[in-house]
Design a protein around this ligand. Structure first.
Ligand code: HEM
Length: 519
């Protein structure tokens, strides 16, 4: 198909098309014929016939009311008939794989001219590739699925598997051996927690909270117990199925009876008389990806304590969707186990040592959540900086108000301090094994996540004030702010409630207090 020929026009010529039936406008040097569109314009007819708009340069008015993404949508872009002679457009969207140029929209290590003690050239190369992959493959699916509530699309999961993203999201380790990671950019033995942080933070660019959990967040927490504690036979079967994106696994610990207080869980597993099987009975609640998972990593009460057992969907396993304030794409489920028979070989780790398995698994989950929370806050900072720059009040940009700048200052300070703390903890993780992480970092990671999710709520509240009515509207300019404000508390509950995590951090510190110190 031949591309449309645009006419070169002067502002005077455009000015003549300023009435009903013959209506042109200029947005960023491009001339649009809205003569017919005006009747279906969601903002109404009258605004387009306004003297300051009809036949005029409406760039400022347009960007005060619409996101740039509106004008580049094919159904609106086709309204363009020409451009202003000798002028060039100045406004452009971020290209695929490109970094944002808005201050503080990227972490310091990605800011041109800045340095980092932690990130290498390999991390930078890796970030570029993941960012491009995310923009091209994941982002369109995130927008569509967050809306329709369906699970992430199978082709997306398979594309992720092809570059071994599912495997990398489990963190560094033996499971990466022999795999080609992101087309070979990083070698398995080179892959560290900073690479993993990059993946989590890039996936967070979409800013769709339900989808973020739908995108195999269940596997992220449900598979590690299999990886670390499963028998060779179980590992051989389950790991390839999950890492290839063909099957999904979820972590089923929390119950209506026990959330952050894992020790209170009531689901039971009893051995059959011949000792060959477990019989599992009980319920689980708020299980991410549970509605469509094939496997469940289940925390059970057994004769001598708690035990973690892998359960395959089958007889006696029922899941039903729980309606939450984010999209059903997350697959949040209520799960019931009624006399579910499972071979004892499905036991993960030792019988009675489930509490250790569950608690050690939490550290990685909480760290991942902190990575994601910081990224999502950064996205809000970016949106607020853009909005306050393009929104005019009393004839001046919104950021000319000191009270707005003060909110922005607080937001920026929060996100920057969090990222620095996160990077420091990540560096510790790179230098510790799984056990050392459990003993040394459980407290700091708990405190980091608590701090991230608390500050996230402050940032969400500030952002709504900055966006006003748009911040509580599900479409239009403030759509992302509304979404963030509505879903930000997920981070503060999932993976351990804020207060519980803060307390964990302090209790760990108190346990380590030397006996010989006095004030
Ligand atoms: C080619 C030009 C334009 C297109 C394609 C367009 C498209 C749209 C769309 C899709 C919406 C729905 C809200 C959204 O998705 O953001 C909207 C809303 C609106 N538009 Fe336009 N528009 C154009 C030009 C203008 C201009 C020049 C004005 C001038 C003032 C205007 C005023 C409005 C208003 C007042 C709303 C309602 C905003 C709200 O609900 O907050 N539009 N427009």
């Amino acid at each position: 198909m031949a591309s449309k020929q645009f006419r070169s026009l002067t502002r005077e010529e455009v000015g003549k098309h300023n009435k009903d039936g013959d209506l042109w406008i200029i947005v960023d040097t491009k001339v649009y014929d809205v003569s017919r569109f005006k009747d279906v314009h969601p903002g109404g007819v009258s605004v387009l016939l306004d003297d300051d708009v009809a036949g005029q340069d409406a760039t400022e008015a347009f960007y005060g009311l619409h996101k740039h993404e509106v004008i580049i949508k094919p159904q609106y872009a086709r309204l363009q008939i020409g451009f202003i002679e000798g002028e060039q457009p100045t406004i452009r969207a971020r290209d695929v794989g490109e970094l944002s140029t808005v201050p503080y929209a990227e972490p310091t290590w990605l800011t041109p001219g800045c340095y980092s003690p932690y990130f290498t050239d390999n991390h930078r190369k890796f970030q570029k590739a993941v960012c491009k992959f995310n923009d091209e493959i994941i982002l369109p699916d995130a927008l569509a699925r967050e809306e329709d509530g369906k699970p992430p699309s199978q082709p997306v999961l398979e594309a992720m598997a092809k570059v071994n993203l599912h495997a990398m999201r489990m963190g560094p380790g033996k499971h990466l051996k022999g795999l080609e990671l992101m087309g070979g950019i990083v070698k398995p033995e080179q892959f560290d927690y900073f690479h993993e942080m990059i993946i989590t933070q890039e996936l967070g660019r979409a800013g769709k909270r339900g989808y973020a959990d739908g995108l195999m967040a269940g596997s992220l927490i449900g598979l590690p117990p299999v990886l670390n504690f499963g028998s060779e036979e179980i590992k051989k079967k389950v790991i390839p199925e999950v890492l290839s994106g063909q099957k999904l696994i979820c972590l089923a610990i929390s119950e209506a009876f026990a959330g952050s207080d894992v020790a209170g869980l009531k689901t039971t597993a009893r051995k059959t008389e011949d000792g060959k099987h477990w019989i599992i009975n009980g319920t689980k609640k708020w299980i991410t990806n549970g509605t469509y998972a094939h496997y469940f990593t289940v925390g059970c009460r057994t004769k001598n304590g708690l035990t973690v057992i892998l359960v395959e969907r089958g007889d006696g396993v029922e899941t039903k969707a729980i309606k939450t304030s984010y999209s059903p794409t997350a697959g949040t489920a209520y799960v019931t186990f009624d006399n579910v028979k499972v071979p004892v070989e499905n036991t993960l780790g030792k019988e009675g040592q489930g509490i250790f398995i569950m608690l050690s698994n939490f550290n990685h989950e909480r760290w991942v959540m902190a990575c994601a929370s910081v990224r999502s806050q950064r996205r809000i900072v970016e949106d607020c900086l853009k909005w306050t720059n393009q929104r005019k009040v009393f004839g001046k940009p919104l950021h000319s108000q000191a009270v707005i700048r003060s909110k922005l200052a607080a937001m920026i300070a929060r996100v920057e301090s969090l990222q620095s703390w996160l990077e420091m903890i990540t560096y510790q993780m790179n230098n510790m094994d799984y056990k050392q992480q459990a003993s040394k970092l459980a407290g700091p990671i708990g405190l980091l996540k608590m701090h991230a999710t608390r500050t996230a709520q402050l940032t969400a509240a500030d952002a709504v004030q900055i966006f006003g009515g748009r911040g509580i509207t599900r479409t239009g300019m403030g759509e992302q702010i509304e979404h963030y404000h509505r879903t930000v508390t997920f981070d503060s509950i999932l993976g351990g409630a804020e207060d519980v995590l803060g307390d964990l951090g302090v209790r760990q510190a108190i346990r380590n207090m030397p006996k010989n110190v006095r004030l």
